[in-house]
Design a protein around this ligand. Sequence first.
Ligand SMILES: *Cc1c(COP(=O)(O)O)cnc(C)c1O
Length: 400
Amino acid sequence: MPNTASDSTSAPLETPRLGEPYLLTPGPLTTAYEVKEAMLRDWGSWDGAFRAMTARLRRELLDIAGDMAGEFDCVPMQGSGSFSVEAMLGSFVPKDGKVLVLSNGAYGKRIAQTLSYLGRDHAVIDKGDYMPPRGTEVATALDADPAISHVVVVHCETSSGILNPLKEISDTVYAHGRKLLVDSMSAFGAVPARVSDFRYEAIVSSANKCIEGVPGFGFVIARKSELEAAKGRSHSLSLDIHAQWDYMNKSGQWRFTPPTHVVAAFLEALRIHREEGGVAARGARYARNRDVMVAGMREAGFETLLADQWLSPIIVTFFSPAHPAFAFDRFYDLMKDKGFIIYPGKLTVVDSFRVGCIGRMDEHVMRRVVDAARSSLAEMGVDNAAPPAIALEERSRLAA
Ligand SMILES: *Cc1c(COP(=O)(O)O)cnc(C)c1O
């Protein structure tokens, strides 16, 4: 959790060689030079070398998920992360199933919207912008509605940065004999999500989040029994996970044109992930990024939306200062001039902005981020970064 973060513990990572700004955004994010370099070669999608790359990618992701018993398989899917979420929902929820969506932000809303498009019956526990869904309320909803077959939850809700209590939710879901599907897009690879950490039927993530690859595909890690049961269920030819799985197992190939360069880059990203020390080390670097950045920003007078208990090591939401001279667009431009791309906030009640902790960067970079924020405030003539009173009232609702 955020603490005094003045002691430097690690040698700096290399800085970007191409003079690009750091992307303090939760994907696409700043990638290693070697990851970009891996894309300087063309691959034939049917060729044995590329088929071997696909097989390695699937195996290494299953290793990260800790599938010791061989009960799961990994199916990569072309497109951005949302394509894989849609593929998961359309493939694993039967047409006569009913989904309980635990929503506390934009990505939970997108799941409910996707289910509407798919024509799958669903109910929503809507916790607003950032309150965490808790096991007790999930239990109440499941007791009240026996038709619910599946629960879907977002692991880290990237719109606020909250890390939802997955273990508590999973225990509740299975104690009630239902099945859990997880959108772990922005957490997988840096936050524990092994099959032994909490139970699930399927979990989704994508290439351009915590594994630090470039955008172009997502992947679903699912129980083989669920993959088999998904046959003929999907609403969509291109998003049919069973068909992709079956074809890939038989031919070693993707059904339709694969993002070959993205796969090559991803394998390099996986190598770096492994070399760094896997999920634990990646998560520790991001947590350190967060601690250094949050401590510095608080010292500069900024306030976080979330209390320490709910802060993820992925992305942090700050309230915008109430000072009349503060304007987000100008702050954004001033930060960009200094080499840092930040992210607008997504809260509906008060103005906010977000700073990502993921990507190829470390605490040394985060100290420069804080310096850049301080100078940008000074350039704007903002001498007090405190948020409006209403923001702090919002936050105390969360603590209650
Ligand atoms: C990034 C992300 C997605 C997928 O977004 P795309 O823009 O489709 O890649 C889904 N859920 C969460 C929680 C995310 O962070």
